[in-house]
Unconditional design. Structure first.
Lengths: 281, 942
């Protein structure tokens, strides 16, 4: 999610064209290693409608980023902790809503929450069941950052993007890792596309399984990308605790700006976030 | 594209491939027909069975198959849009169809690729146009093309209905800036795409449309039907839908219905909301109808004009041949007026509503009313006319006959109450001379109606004069000859020796002419004219001078009465007259003329004058001090009567007509014209002790006939044990016998099942007859308390009222009128405080029986109530019977706040007998605050 370099656009499109893996190509049986995942942390987002997410688990990122640069990506929204932007829906979901409204000098509002300082973990399975928003310039994401970002900076801290979606392509998501030497447009990424479905019609399960020397990316338990140290053009930094981030950005270098035809408001529905560790670790 | 017409004769058949005939089948084994599910429309050629028809007025040769330019495969469809001035057609458009049709229920979108020789916008593309009913048409409008191939989507909802669709594709395009261009379409096919998502639908483009003041019989089409889908590109796209995709629902079909043809029809008063669904998608947008039900209008036509047609220039009347009128509603800017031409009993009437002002023009053939003296118009309004004005402006276009040119003139004439009156035909006969600003009247071209009455029915609009000679005789006098001293009349013996043409040097030509056989005095070319009496008259015992005057041409006329001296005094007579005008001039108007010694009359002024019935008279002789005739004979049948005192009925036996209650009244029974009559001389008070206590609760009225020449105060009381008594005020003195029918509800607090006494109190000498209780002939004990005005002497305040469904709200109160201005200046009104916590239907009702039992019929079923509210909301009224049955309430909303407003409720549909309770919902609304509603003056009429 953090991309300092606007030259990523051609590279991103390139990877998209080459690496699309579609759901209907799943006829080959995947043979995955057996793992014994033990649930260590979760949020089912059960609670009354209108409540903010559990403060014991989540904190808010507020505003337009520490450098007033749209969180490093020229995003257009102002993140708030208002229930109109982020709240439980009373049906067991957390809803993050991007709105077209002038607020604190920005033309849009939305929300971004994270577990920094509240829950951080190295390795394991991190998954979330999500129904995405849609529309040009709408950029929902489930991702992780190395918890040492404040001391070592980005991209040295490492970033794992479990799910990112460009609202103008509501049937395609990307899974990506960033680190030193392979960040921004040079990140390691792969798309997963539905040929005849979209991610905004029903909930889908997005997950990574992360071990000492691999990060596997899944959609609905289908593995579509495995990243290992050999695939990187730089150092493997996925060896220390990361925290989890959920957000809906509006506009930005990654996908371009919303247009007059982008429907607003747009909401991302998160049924749950669960984190597992492999038994015995 | 507006010009487009579907003319099928020009169909161009490009491809027509017959589907192979089927094998012979056993008819008994036939299953319901199914149709091909072929998705392709045009890939590299037409799909099987496809034909093409160009719109008849389009350039029919515009379409061809292009083997050079294509998105994919070997060919595409090419369309050459002509220049706007192309004689062979100025646009392109047509339909690709198939017969008998295809089953498209397995698809959800029509897709195609398109490009154009230059950026351009196609007016529309879509499918479902079969050049017939086009039942399930889907239209994508304003399709923007450029010179790159792009994919387009025409998504559709509820594919399940598309079992036999014949219209596979249609398009229409116009020149861009008048110039032609070329576009290509390829790969036209139906698809089932999971990447089309989030369907929505709407009517009225998603807006909530409100129609206030809708009326029964009005229809409203449900328009602007659409569906919207999110495309694979993340953007929403709207498509227009035909009505057959929708099911429409009315929230209240008894108020407004809606049919499958997407037309809502208003059927009664109230509110209804029309909504729609496409499949199981609820459409956004709605139509809210706030209906007043049947508009209140005249039941009878205006009086048929009687003016001779040769003296009339008529603009609008069934009685005359009308001159051409360009329009009865010019729809000028800011005018909200709507007009309808309606019939009332075969009589044509113009109805205006929402009238603020309306222009009426007859300028293409201006009216020459130069010889006319009067303007006539009949108007009828349902609106309250108190303090209201209705204005008529006439505009003359001057010598040039057209608007402008510094020769126009106009005048606006205002009509106010009491000349204005509600729910009555009012005949306006306005002398054109009153249109003082109208300096010309020979090129009249415009009329403007305006004022405060939003609802006006208009009939019989014409200019007229009375000719130059009266055609009818002056009215025959009715004053008794004993009270008359006549100078000139066929009806009386005239004073003798009168010279009607003494030579005083005048230029006036005096003749006596017969008018309809009646001798009439004519003064032609009046300057002045005397009348010399044969002998001096003493008219000091007379009160008035009467004369009948007719003049079409005079603009000035005075009459003088003269006594020797000479002492004379003029009196102005309004001229010209509207036919015969009867003048009754008090002789005091001629002071200081010596009325004991009148010897001459004089007239001065101008024009031609006709006069008749010139006489002095007095009103009556000495007033009667006792009745000279018997009281009217009662007409109620004995079966419906409990009689106390009457020769016409069997009376309650044992009644004491003069119990000793210490009164000073002298009671006697005297025969008047053979009829036994009760006489009270020097009344202070007087009782009647009934022979036995009477249950009169089944009766409706107490009847009395009263005669008094000198009483100034009279009450009658009905008394039950306790004693419980209630007085009813009788208007005295009377003019001859006065028959009173007093609703027994007037005697609130009295136990009507156990009446033991009657009592009169007041003063003077009173004659009384026919004292009886009765009910109506139709069997019910009907007594309608009308009006319910809450005054101390009226109905309502003395009754027991119950408040319901108003949480812990207070009882109904009767308080001083908070705003004695506007429509209601009465002293006392009802106050209902309705709480926010009360139900929407919180209200109040009269205790059963307190207002008597009554019948609603054609004469009283229009119920009106005045309300003073701080909010606009419905007022509901209904009536109930003693057994608890009630009708459904009728609701009418007030439209003004913080002012009195009269609301009208039409209970025509509920005319029946046996009601004994009124129920009022003063604020029928889900309110958010406590509201105070005042109401008053509930009337029953027609």
């Amino acid at each position: 999610m953090k991309r300092n370099n606007i030259f990523i656009i051609p590279a991103a499109i390139c990877s998209l064209l080459l690496l699309i893996l579609t759901a209907c190509e799943q006829e080959n049986v995947q043979k995955l290693e057996q793992r014994n995942w033990q649930l260590v942390w979760s949020d089912d987002f059960n609670g009354s409608a209108g409540l903010l997410p559990d403060a014991a688990k989540w904190k808010f990122d507020i505003g337009v980023g520490p450098n007033n640069d749209g969180w490093g990506n020229a995003e257009l929204q102002y993140y708030t902790n208002r229930t109109s932007n982020v709240a439980l829906d009373g049906n067991g979901n957390l809803v993050i809503t991007a709105k077209k409204e002038t607020y604190a000098g920005s033309a849009f509002t939305s929300a971004r929450i994270n577990t920094s300082g509240k829950f951080e973990q190295a390795y394991g399975r991190i998954e979330a069941r999500i129904k995405t928003p849609w529309g040009p310039g709408i950029w929902p994401a489930l991702w992780m950052l190395g918890s040492d970002v404040k001391s070592v900076g980005w991209p040295e801290c490492g970033e794992i993007d479990i799910m990112e979606l460009r609202g103008q392509k509501p049937n395609i998501i990307n899974g990506t890792v960033h680190g030193p030497g392979y960040s921004g447009g040079a990140s390691i990424t792969k798309s997963f596309a539905f040929e005849n479905d979209r991610f905004d019609v029903d909930f889908h399960l997005f997950a990574v399984e992360w071990g000492v020397d691999y990060v596997d990316f899944f959609v609905d338990n289908t593995l579509y990308q495995r990243i290992t140290p050999e695939k990187l053009k730089g150092e493997w930094v996925f060896d220390h605790p990361f925290f989890i981030i959920l957000n809906v950005a509006v506009g930005g270098n990654y996908l371009g700006f919303p247009t007059s035809q982008t429907p607003f408001p747009q909401s991302m529905y998160i049924d749950y976030v669960k984190v597992y560790q492999e038994a015995g670790e | 594209m507006k010009e487009r017409k579907y003319i099928y004769s020009a169909t161009v058949l490009i491809a027509l491939l017959l589907v192979a005939a089927g094998c012979e089948r056993n008819v008994d084994e036939l299953e319901p027909a199914t149709y091909p599910v072929t998705p392709e429309v045009f890939i590299d050629g037409f799909s099987s069975g496809l034909y093409y028809s160009a719109y008849g007025t389009s350039k029919v040769t515009a379409f061809s198959v292009d083997n050079e330019v294509k998105y994919k495969g070997t060919s595409s469809m090419k369309f050459e849009v002509p220049d706007a001035d192309d004689p062979n057609g100025s646009y392109v458009g047509g339909v690709f169809g198939t017969n008998p049709g295809r089953d498209l229920s397995g698809y959800n979108v029509l897709t195609f690729w398109a490009k154009a020789s230059q950026p351009a916008t196609l007016n529309e593309v879509g499918f479902g146009n079969d050049m017939g009913e086009s039942k399930y048409q889907v239209t994508l409008s304003n399709v923007a093309l450029n010179s790159n191939w792009m994919k387009f989507y025409v998504p559709f909802p509820d594919p399940s209905v598309l079992k036999q669709e014949r219209g596979m594709f249609f398009y229409g395009a116009s020149p861009k800036d008048g110039k032609g261009y070329t576009f290509w379409i390829d790969e036209v096919q139906f698809e089932k795409l999971g990447t089309i998502a989030h369907p929505t639908a709407g009517i009225f483009n998603g807006q909530e449309v409100v129609k206030d003041k809708a009326e029964s019989g009005e229809t409203f089409p449900i328009a602007d039907l659409y569906a919207s889908f999110n495309l694979p590109t993340g953007i929403d796209q709207k498509v227009g839908l035909s009505k057959s995709y929708f099911t429409f629902t009315s929230s209240n079909p008894s108020v407004a219905t809606v049919n499958d043809s997407a037309v809502s029809r208003v059927v009664s008063s109230g509110s209804a909301v029309i909504t729609a669904k496409v499949g199981n998608i609820s459409a956004s947008g709605s139509l809210k109808i706030n209906s007043i039900g049947q508009p209140v209008g005249p039941a009878e036509p205006a009086r048929t004009p009687t003016v001779d047609s040769k003296n009339v220039i008529s603009l609008y009347s069934n009685a005359y041949t009308n001159v051409p009128v360009d329009t009865w509603n010019t729809h000028w800017q800011y005018s909200t007026a709507e007009n309808q031409f309606i019939k009332i009993q075969q009589n044509d009437v113009i109805r205006y509503r929402n009238l603020n002002f309306v222009g009426i023009e007859f300028s293409s053939q201006p009216v020459n009313a130069g010889s006319m003296t009067y303007f006539h118009m009949d108007i009828w309004t349902p609106d309250v006319t108190t303090s209201k004005v209705f204005k008529i402006m006439l505009v003359d276009f001057g010598a040039n006959g057209v608007y402008g040119g510094n020769d126009d003139s106009s005048h606006e004439y205002s009509v106010t109450s009491p000349e204005l009156s509600t729910q009555k035909w009012i005949s306006l006969d306005i002398p054109l001379s009153r249109f003082t600003g109208l300096t010309g009247k020979s090129h009249l071209g415009q009329m403007v109606l305006s004022g405060d009455l939003p609802n006006v029915y208009v009939d019989n609009v014409y200019f007229y004069n009375f000719g130059t000679t009266p055609t009818a005789a002056a009215p025959v006098p009715t004053t008794s000859a004993a009270n008359v001293i006549s100078v000139f009349s066929d009806a009386y013996t005239n004073a003798t020796g009168t010279d009607f043409n003494p030579n005083w040097g005048q230029a006036t030509l005096v003749t006596q002419v017969p008018v309809a056989g009646n001798n009439t005095l004519k003064l032609a070319g009046l300057n002045y004219q005397g009348i010399q009496l044969g002998s001096n008259l003493n008219v000091s015992g007379m009160g008035f001078l009467h004369l009948d005057v007719w003049s079409a041409t005079s603009t000035l006329l005075n009459i003088f009465l003269i006594s020797p001296g000479p002492v004379e005094k003029p009196y102005s007579i309004p001229v010209p007259t509207a036919g015969w005008t009867s003048m009754d001039i008090p002789l005091s108007a001629f002071s200081p003329v010596d009325l004991a010694n009148v010897f001459q009359f004089k007239f001065d002024g101008n024009g031609d004058i006709f006069m008749d019935n010139i006489y002095f008279y007095r009103t009556g002789g000495a007033p009667l001090t006792e009745p000279d005739a018997a009281a009217p004979a009662p007409t109620a049948s004995q079966a419906n009567v409990i009689s106390v005192f009457s020769d016409a009925y069997t009376n309650i036996s044992g009644t004491d007509m003069n119990p000793n209650w210490g009164q000073s009244t002298v009671v006697s029974q005297v025969p008047i014209a053979g009829n036994n009559t009760l006489k009270y001389t020097g009344l202070n008070y007087q009782g009647i002790q009934l022979g036995s206590n009477q249950n009169v609760s089944g009766m409706g009225y107490l009847h009395l006939d009263i005669w008094s020449a000198n009483s100034t105060s009279l009450n009658v009381s009905v008394i039950s044990p306790g004693p419980a008594e209630k007085a009813y005020k009788i208007t005295v003195p009377t003019t001859g016998w006065t028959s009173l029918n007093i609703p027994l509800s007037s005697f609130s607090g009295v136990d009507l099942t156990n009446v033991m006494q009657l009592k009169f109190d007041g003063n003077g000498n009173i004659w009384i007859d026919n004292i009886y209780f009765y009910k109506s002939q139709s069997g019910g004990a009907y007594s309608l308390s009308n009006p319910i005005d809450f005054e101390s002497s009226g109905f309502g305040a003395g009754w027991t009222w119950n408040v319901f469904e108003n949480a812990a709200g207070p009882a109904l109160e009767f308080v001083a009128n908070p705003d004695k201005t506007g429509a209601n200046t009465s002293a006392t009104v009802a106050r209902f405080k309705v709480l926010a916590t009360g139900q929407p239907w919180a209200g109040c009702e009269v205790k059963h029986g307190a207002m008597g039992t009554f019948k609603l019929d054609a004469s009283n079923c229009i119920v009106r109530i005045m309300v003073y509210k701080t909010v606009k909301s419905d007022v509901g009224i209904k009536f109930a019977k003693s057994d608890g049955w009630s009708m459904g309430e009728i609701k009418v909303a007030n439209t003004v706040i913080n002012a009195w407003q009269e609301l009208t409720f039409n209970f025509t549909a509920q005319v029946q007998d046996g009601y004994d309770q009124i129920v009022i919902f003063p604020d029928f609304n889900a309110r958010t605050s406590d509201n105070v509603v005042y109401f008053d003056n509930i009337t029953f009429g027609k």
